[in-house]
Each structure stands twice: as C-alpha cells, then as structure tokens.
Design a protein around this ligand. Sequence first.
Ligand code: IMP
Length: 430
Amino acid sequence: MSVVALIGAQWGDEGKGHLVDLLASKARLVIRYGGGNNAGHTVVNHLGTFKLHLIPSGIFDPATVNVIGSGVVVSPEALLTEIQGLEDRGVNTSKLFVSERAHVVMPYHVMLDKLQEEARGEGKIGTTGRGIGPAYADKMSRSGIRMADLLHEETLLNRLRGVLEEKNRLLTKLYGVKPLSLHDTYLRYLDFGHKLADHIADTHPIILRALEKDLPILLEGAQGSLLDVDHGTYPYVTSSPPGAAGACQGAGIGPTRIDSVIGVYKAYTTRVGEGPFPTEIDGPDADALRQIGTPWAEVGTTTGRLRRVGWFDAVMARYAAQVNGIDTLAITKLDVLDGVQTIKICTAYKLHETTLEFPPATTAVLEQVEPVYEEMPGWMTPTTAVRRFQDLPDNAQAYVARICQLVGARLGIISVGPDRDQTIMAAEVF
Ligand code: IMP
C-alpha cells in the first residue's frame, strides 16, 4: 500500500501525532492537508517531547519529505517559531515544503476570530482563537492571501490593500477596535515571506513524483471527523474538512490513489471547546480518564484547556467510519483504561421512545439523546509493556474487538503509552 490517510475519527486529539511519528519511518512523504495551528500534535520520540502545530510529524525522520499542503491555512509567524524550535533542538527542517497555494492566516483573522467569539456570548464555539475560521472564510470568498503572494511584493501589496480596507471597516465600525496599518502589515508579511522563501514551493511536482515512484505517502490529518464542517456537529466544528475527502482535496491527490484510510480513535472519547457530547461524564471515572499529571494528561496541546471526557461513543465512531471510508482502526491510549473496573460503550442513542442508529444533525436534538450503554469488565492490569495483541489481557482484547465490530473496520494499531515503541501493530500499514 503506498498512499495512506491517517485521520482523526472523533473530536480531535486522538493521538495522531504519535502514530504519524511511528509511521513516518516507513513513509517517504508526509503531507499535512488541512487545518492550521489550531492543531496540536504531541510527539514523544528518542529526541524528546515535541508539540507540533503546523509541521508534519514526519519531520523527525531525516529521509522523509514533509509537505504542508494547499488545504492548510498557515500562520507564517507560528511556522517560523516552530521551525526555529525544531532547529534549536537539532531537528533538520530542510525537507519541509509549504504549498505556495496554501492560504495565510493574517492578523485580522486572529482578531476577528476572538471578536466573533466574544460577540457569540453564550453561543460561543470555543475556538482555539488562532484565526482559522476567518482565514477559511476569506479563502472561500476569494479574498485570501496565499503563501506565494508573500514572495511577490506587488501582488502582496495589491491584495492586502483591497482586503485590509474592508477588514479595517469591520474592525473599527462593527467591533470598535483599532485598525491595522497597511504599511506595517505589508512589511511584516513580506519579511515572513523572505524568511520562509526556502520552504515555500510548488508542492504538486513533489507529490506527483512520489506517486509516480510509488513511494509510501502518509496523509496526516489534524482535528477529527466530528469537527468536520460538513459532517461534524455543526456549528461546533472547525472550518475545514479534516476527513479522507479533505485529505485528497487538501493534498491535491485524487481519491482513486488512496489505498487505505486509517481512523484514529481514542479508546474513550474527549472533546475540547463547546458543543454536544452525548457520552460525556463527570466524577471519579472522568478524573481517571483525564490522567492529569501524566504524559497522557487530557489537556489541549494548543490551548492548554482541560479536555472534556466520556465513554467510547460507537454511534459517532461508526458514522465517522462511514463518511470517511475508514477501513482500518488505530485505537490509542488503551492503557488509560487499565485501572477502570467497568467500561461502558455507547452502542445507540435513545430519543424519547425511538432508538437512533445515526447522530442527529441538530445540536438541540443531539443534546437530548440518551446514550444506550453496554458494559464490559475492565482488565485492571497494566498494558503499557505489551507489544503483541495476543499478550493483552483477555478483557482488553474483548474490548478492542467489540469496538472494531461496532465501528465496522479491521484493527490496525493499538497504542499503550506515549513513546514511539509503546505500540501494538496488528496489521501491515504500508
Ligand atoms: P477552530 O478550529 O479554532 O475554529 O475551533 C473550532 C472547534 O474545533 C473548537 O471546538 C476547537 O476546540 C476545536 N478544535 C480545533 N482544532 C482542534 C484540534 O486540533 N484538536 C481538538 N479540537 C480542535
């Protein structure tokens, strides 16, 4: 298999960075295809612990080419900080390329993201405040600025002049805040362009060559399918399509070239930000799942917010598998359940007297559903040192098998700890 998409299949934070880091040793090209620095991938490997926001997790393997694809929205400032942070720790970033077609997150996007959230009051989405929604909105309304524009003085000035006039009217007249200076913004972004010039490229030939040579390619997802702007829990979603279709679109690879879609699922469920979460729990079980004080602690990588936690929701999980064509499951953080006596899985929703097989589209309805739980006995044994499926305690094997059965895909990978080697490979991936 040469083209594999690894996508989050819940509400993000499923532990994708950890798996991409592992699979990157087999891939020759890793492509981040969507989202922006709202993402946060924690990677723990022989070089230490890293928090990546924009750079593909394949960066730690010197033989791997890493691409930030056309579907990503890029904060040049965040990217430069990330590059510098990696270089300072001895990680070579010379094989990192950013698509010249990728859109730029501008300072007014960040300002508007925060101002719009404030204005939403009680109805806030709980965005990461990184300007992602406004940047995608501008892309779609064709007033975006792209990475290539940062390398062309005249284009940048002309595009910025037109856009900034409108944004400044919005900032001053609607929100009553200070306008941005055209001169300062132009010079600042031109400077970012100069600093990133070696990385900004036409990534299409790079990807095409890898496809022609049949090299193993990994499409690295960010966020998760339930945050998908089309298929997620709208409006409590991000502004991009983080799933398999988004992988094709954002990387510039046709759907017929994808050989496998790996859905990454945590062995339970978490969510950051607002929005419906049918299997959310509180109390001692929730505290156990949060794992505060450990490398697995359920704290948002980007915003430091405490994650909401709950039981595995097979209704949402199956739906994510269906809309993305997930054929292989990667189940992460199984070890977090090591000390949980009785584990619940939500197999259906009840809405009044009706049993629902699929998640309803409307938030107000989704907030009313009652999860139907199945209970499974925990294994109460550490699994962090296990490396083969058959060596897992029987109850853990049964739990994993039940998840695969409910979701409807084969088992591929299980992770039992934050380190690269704390992984059980149950199927060949490349
Ligand atoms: P935005 O992407 O910053 O606009 O935020 C929209 C929603 O997506 C919020 O609920 C965020 O918490 C959530 N979100 C965005 N990126 C991530 C991520 O990488 N992991 C988990 N949640 C995310």
